[in-house]
Write a protein that binds this ligand. Structure first.
Ligand code: CMC
Length: 436
């Protein structure tokens, strides 16, 4: 029975028509019930009790969180209460990282300390370069990154002390700091170029660009517009509450695995084309379409569901993804420097058609974060294999904040969903010679 009393205002009455019995369950936090409250609903005492069946967790809250708020119907995204538009306009990626990880915007001294700590943890053990060298010349950058982050766990065995807040924070700083270094190494390996070591006097994104694009001893000066554009893109990708990869991070973290192992699992989830691999898939799609003239044929296939319009649609946003609007503006600034990406015309035309056609309007399919980001990344000189990597670097912050929140949440336990078993009933083993 609900704590609020029978028929109380914050209770839900359930009538089981199999038995005629009535139940009251509490309604929490506005409109949530505890799935475990359904377990009391039974036909008889031997019955296991009622469960909720929810493949893909489309209507299941796995946690109470204070990190990121999304209103998918209104196109709202906030980190710790701050609107994404304000953060993208006025903040920096490391300041946003601090906000997401700690819950509050840093005071100047706290920000300086955090930037210093991240800057001075960017180096990786030399053995990591040997690990990179073991990959084939054409290995995908994301595969290399996933493996190298996983390998980091062997360098920091103390990371297993996940209940020690100080040890946890040290791994968080290390991971935020080392992700750009490992990502740049993966890129340089792919290109057959020598690795460039981190430069401590550069900003987070300028250092990353330097490690990627510097040739020889010649000084590399990233264009400040591109440096800032990348910083904004990192802010936009820093967290997105309980998506597929964050759920992977939490599920692995719930077994008390170390953060490097958990993060490599989250990255593997991100790699898929329906999630963080979508920006790469968008670019491949735009290249395949090739010209505006080919769009009608392509859209015909999308409407008949032979093709999927990559970079469109979202499980949560049923309005324009607020990140996509900011990215579209950032694209204009980037193209002022790099020149216009010819794929932009195809993208704009696809968007125009999609926003007006019944197929897309009825299904609420709007451009998502990945639709324009790839076009910017390409204009900045990144090969498509680096696109999911560019998503993983900033999302590391969100994954780690969510992991930390999970470990501090006394309601959380090892994740272990139930199933509805539909297989054979008990049957006797038959030896191979008797199987006909
Ligand atoms: N193109 C064409 N049709 C689509 C698309 C699309 N991009 N997305 C959804 N639909 C259709 C889908 O076929 C279905 O139609 P029907 O009801 O007739 O069967 C309907 O819209 C509902 O789609 P769904 O697949 O049930 O929706 P979902 O919430 O399970 O999937 C999604 C969300 C993002 C996986 C999906 O929209 C998609 O595959 N989009 C393309 C990939 C993409 O851009 N992913 C990046 C997501 S944002 C960043 C991130 O999460 O990493």
């Amino acid at each position: 029975m609900g704590e609020n009393g029978v028929g109380g205002p914050n209770t839900l009455s359930i009538r089981d028509n199999r038995t005629g019995r009535e139940y009251e369950v509490d309604i929490l936090d506005g409109d949530v019930i505890r799935a475990m409250d359904l377990r009391q609903i039974k036909v008889d005492e031997s019955d296991f009790g009622m469960m909720a069946y929810d493949p893909a967790y489309t209507n299941t809250a796995s946690t109470r969180s204070t990190i990121t708020y999304i209103d998918g119907g209104k196109g709202i995204l906030r980190y710790r209460g701050y609107p994404i538009e304000q953060l993208a306009e006025r903040s920096s990626f490391l300041e946003v990282a601090y906000l997401i990880l700690k819950g509050e915007l840093p005071k100047q001294g706290e920000l300086d300390q955090f930037v210093h700590d991240v800057t001075f943890h960017t180096y990786v053990h030399e053995n990591m370069t040997k690990l990179m060298e073991g990959f084939r010349y054409d290995a995908h950058a994301m595969g290399m990154l996933i493996s190298s982050v996983s390998a980091l766990s062997t360098f920091y065995p103390e990371a297993k002390e996940i209940h020690d807040a100080g040890v946890r924070w040290e791994q968080i700083v290390r991971l935020v700091a080392k992700m750009p270094t490992l990502s740049a190494y993966a890129f340089r390996h792919h290109r057959g170029l020598p690795y460039v070591y981190p430069e401590n006097e550069l900003s987070y994104t300028a250092n990353f660009l330097n490690m990627l694009f510097r040739i020889g001893t010649r000084e590399y000066k990233p264009n400040p517009v591109l440096e800032r554009a990348l910083d904004v893109l990192f802010i936009l990708h820093a967290d997105h509450e309980q998506n597929c990869s964050t759920t992977a991070m939490r599920v692995i973290g719930s077994s008390h695995a170390d953060p490097y192992s958990a993060l490599s699992g989250a990255m593997a989830a991100l790699y898929g084309p329906l999630h963080g691999g979508a920006n790469e898939a968008v670019l491949r799609m735009l290249r395949r379409i090739g010209s505006v003239d080919n769009i009608p044929d392509f859209m015909k296939k999308v409407r008949s569901q032979e093709e999927r319009l990559m970079g469109f649609g979202h499980r949560v946003y049923k309005a324009y993804d607020p990140r996509a609007s900011i990215i579209k503006r950032t694209a204009d600034e980037v193209f002022e420097v790099t020149g216009r990406n010819p794929l932009l015309d195809i993208a704009l035309e696809l968007e125009k058609i999609a926003l007006n056609e019944d197929y897309f309007v009825q299904r609420n399919l709007y451009p998502n974060v990945d639709f324009y980001s790839g076009i910017i990344y390409q204009a900045m000189g990144f090969p498509v294999e680096m696109f999911p990597v560019l998503f993983a670097i900033p999302r590391t912050v969100g994954w780690l904040a969510q992991w930390q929140e999970l470990l501090e949440d006394s309601e959380q336990k090892i994740a272990r969903p139930r199933q509805v078993y539909l297989g054979s009933g008990e049957r006797n083993f038959v030896s191979v010679e008797d199987r006909g």
